[in-house]
Design a protein around this ligand. Structure first.
Ligand SMILES: *Cc1c(COP(=O)(O)O)cnc(C)c1O
Length: 361
C-alpha cells in the first residue's frame, strides 16, 4: 500500500469559481496562477480555465516560461515585471505582458531592441499599498511616455489593494478615488481588483479582474457562510494506525496533549513536511469518515494524530480530510495563525491528483 495522502484538485470547482467571479465582475478576467496556482498546479489549472478566463497572471517571467513550455498560448501577465534585459526580450518574443512598477523596469524597456508594438505593458500606480508601483503624480507622464514608445503596443493602467478583504475599511475606496484622479482622461483599459475587490468592492470593478485566492475557493473575507465558491483542493489521507491512550499519557512530540480520559488516537501519514501547519493546535477540526473530529497533539514532520474517541466506526483505512469541502481551509488557517494563501501554496511532497474537467479521457 502506498501512502494514502493526497491533494485532490477539483478542476470543475475551479471552473465554477472562475464563472462565478466573472459574473460578479464582468469585463475580462486574468486568472492569477502564481506560485504554481497557489499550490494547485499551474499547468493543469491553466488548461482547465481555457475558454473561461481571458488570460493568466504569474509573479515572475520564469513561471510564465513554464506555462509557455507546456503549450499554453493565452496572454500571461507578469505581475512583478522583468528583472533584466533578457526577460524583457523573452517577454516580447513569448507574448507576455509586463507590469512596470519602477524606473529600472522602464529603462529596461526603453533600452531594449524590439520590433514595434512588441510589448504590452501594465503600468502600476501605487494608490496606497506603498509597496510596488509609481507615485500617482507620475501616472500621467509615464503613461504618455510609454504610449509614445514604439516598442510598446498597449498600456493598461493598474493598481493593487492593500485591505480590500476588510469591508469596513475605507482605504479601498480611497485607493480607488486616488487611482481615478491620477489617471483621469488617460486612454486604455484599467484593472484594480484582486479576489477581495471582485467580491466586496463593485465600485472598483473595471476592465480587467485579477482574482487569485477566490478561484481556488477560499473566501478572502473569511465569511463563515461561504460565498458561492467551491473549494478546489482537498488535502486528504487515511488513518493508518490507531491506539488507546490512558488518562495521564502524553501524546507524541513535546507537550502538545495529555489524555485526561481514555482516548482513541488515529495516526495519519501527513505532517508539516507536506505543508500541514505545525502551528495548528489541538482542537483544529479534521473530518474522519465524513464526520468532524479534531487534531490532537503536535503535528510532526511526517505524521499527525486525530481523535477517534467519539467515532466508534472509524479505524484503520478511514478517510481523513485535513481541508476541503468539509473543513474550510480558512478555518485551519485561522487556528494556525496564518492565511489560506500560505497553507495552499505550501502543500508539497503529497501527490497532486487532478479530478474533473481536464482529467477526463
Ligand atoms: C497575487 C495578486 C493578485 C491576486 O490576489 P488574490 O488576493 O489572491 O486574489 C492580484 N493582483 C496582483 C498584483 C497580485 O500580486
Amino acid at each position: 500500500m502506498t501512502r494514502p495522502s493526497v491533494a485532490r484538485i477539483d478542476l470543475d470547482a475551479l471552473r465554477h469559481n472562475a464563472r462565478h467571479l466573472q459574473a460578479l465582475h464582468g469585463g475580462r478576467q486574468l486568472a492569477v496562477l502564481k506560485a504554481d496556482a497557489y499550490g494547485h498546479g499551474a499547468v493543469d489549472c491553466a488548461r482547465a480555465l481555457r475558454g473561461l478566463s481571458d488570460g493568466l497572471a504569474v509573479a515572475f517571467v520564469d513561471e510564465a516560461r513554464a506555462l509557455r513550455a507546456a503549450g499554453l498560448t493565452a496572454p500571461i501577465l507578469v505581475l512583478e515585471g522583468a528583472f533584466d534585459a533578457d526577460e524583457v526580450t523573452f517577454a516580447a518574443a513569448a507574448s507576455l505582458w509586463l507590469v512596470v512598477h519602477q524606473d529600472r523596469q522602464l529603462h529596461l524597456i526603453e533600452q531594449a531592441s524590439l520590433p514595434d508594438g512588441a510589448l504590452q505593458v501594465w503600468l502600476k500606480v501605487d494608490s496606497g499599498m506603498h509597496r510596488a508601483g509609481f507615485a500617482p503624480e507620475r501616472a500621467r507622464e509615464l503613461h504618455q511616455r510609454l504610449q509614445a514608445d514604439p516598442r510598446v503596443g498597449s498600456v493598461t493602467l493598474m493598481s493593487h489593494f492593500a485591505r480590500a478583504d476588510e469591508p469596513g475599511c475605507d482605504l479601498t475606496a480611497r485607493q480607488t478615488a486616488l487611482f481615478e484622479q491620477a489617471t483621469a482622461g488617460l486612454p486604455g483599459p484599467r484593472s484594480l481588483c484582486n479576489s477581495a475587490g471582485v467580491l466586496a468592492w463593485p465600485s472598483a470593478h473595471r476592465d480587467w479582474a485579477r482574482p487569485g485566492i477566490a478561484l481556488y475557493g477560499a473566501d478572502p473575507l473569511l465569511r463563515p457562510q461561504g460565498c458561492g465558491l467551491r473549494p478546489v483542493m482537498t488535502l486528504a489521507s487515511q488513518v493508518f494506525a490507531e491506539r488507546w491512550l490512558a488518562p495521564g499519557e502524553p501524546l507524541g512530540c513535546g507537550t502538545g496533549f495529555t489524555a485526561t480520559e481514555p482516548t482513541r488516537v488515529g495516526l495519519v501519514a501527513l505532517g508539516y513536511a507536506d505543508g500541514y501547519p505545525r502551528t495548528a493546535p489541538t482542537g483544529t477540526p479534521v473530518a474522519v469518515e465524513g464526520r468532524r473530529s479534531r487534531l490532537i497533539g503536535r503535528v510532526s514532520m511526517d505524521m499527525l494524530t486525530v481523535d477517534l474517541t467519539g467515532l466508534p466506526d472509524a479505524g484503520i483505512g478511514s478517510p481523513v480530510e485535513l481541508w476541503g469541502a468539509q473543513i474550510p481551509v480558512n478555518e485551519v488557517a485561522g487556528l494556525a495563525g496564518t492565511l489560506a494563501y500560505e497553507l495552499l501554496c505550501n502543500v508539497k511532497r503529497v501527490p497532486r491528483h487532478g479530478v474533473g474537467y481536464a482529467t477526463r479521457a
